[in-house]
Design a protein around this ligand. Sequence first.
Ligand SMILES: Nc1ncnc2c1ncn2[C@@H]1O[C@H](COP(=O)(O)OP(=O)(O)OP(=O)(O)O)[C@@H](O)[C@H]1O
Ligand SMILES: [Mg+2]
Length: 211
Amino acid sequence: MTSSNSTNDSTPSSTNITWHAGHVSREERAQLLKQKGLTIWFTGLSASGKSTVASALEQHLLHRGINAYRLDGDNIRFGLNKNLGFSPEDRNENIRRIAEVSKLFADSATVAITSFISPYRIDRDSARNLHQEAGIPFVEVFADVPVSVAEQRDPKGLYKKARAGEIKEFTGISAPYEAPEHPEIHIRTDLTPIAKAVQQITTYLEDNKLI
Ligand SMILES: Nc1ncnc2c1ncn2[C@@H]1O[C@H](COP(=O)(O)OP(=O)(O)OP(=O)(O)O)[C@@H](O)[C@H]1O
Ligand SMILES: [Mg+2]
C-alpha cells in the first residue's frame, strides 16, 4: 500500500485513476430534487455557538422541506477523523477532509452545514477554493464572540481545562484563531438570539437565491 508523505499534498497518492462521470448533471439533479446544494461553513471559537446555530438552522431548513445535513466537529472526530489530533497539521487535515465531504454533500443537492472551529484562514480558504473550482456555492458564517464570553459559557468545561494546562493547543487560549476578514455572514452570538441568527442566515440565502 502506498501512502502519501504529506497529508496536505493535493496530488493523489494513487496513480491509474480516472474520473467516471455519472449520467445526471448537477443542474439536472437540482431540477429533479427541486433544490440546490451548497455549503454553509461555520467558523469561530469553541463555545461561540457554531453547533447551536447550525443545529437550529438545519432544523429550520428541514421544516421548510429543504434537505440539510450537519457535519459537526466533535461528531466527525468520533468517526471519519478519529485518527486526527489538534496539532496544526492534524487540524489542517481535519479541515481538508471536511471540505471534501461537504463538497460531496453539496454536490448531491444537499445544504451541507459544517461547524468546526477551523482556526486557520488558509484552511478555510482552501475549503472555499475547492467549492469555487467546482462551481458550488460556499457561505462562510463567522460565529463571533469575545473569548471572555466563550470562556464564561464553557458548556463542555474545555476553557477551564485549557486554563489549568490540561488541554494543550486550545484555540483562543494557547493556539491561534484567525478571524475571517470577509465572511458572507457575521453573527455576534452574544448579541444575537439563536432564532435571529437563523433568520439572518436564511435571509442571506434567500437574497442570493440559494434556497
Ligand atoms: N445567541 C446564542 N447563539 C449561540 N449559542 C448561544 C447563544 N446564547 C447562548 N449560547 C450558548 O453558547 C453555547 C455555545 O456552544 P456550542 O456547542 O454551540 O459552541 P461551538 O461553537 O459549537 O463550540 P465547539 O467548537 O466547542 O464545538 C451553548 O451552550 C449555547 O446554549
Ligand atoms: Mg460545536
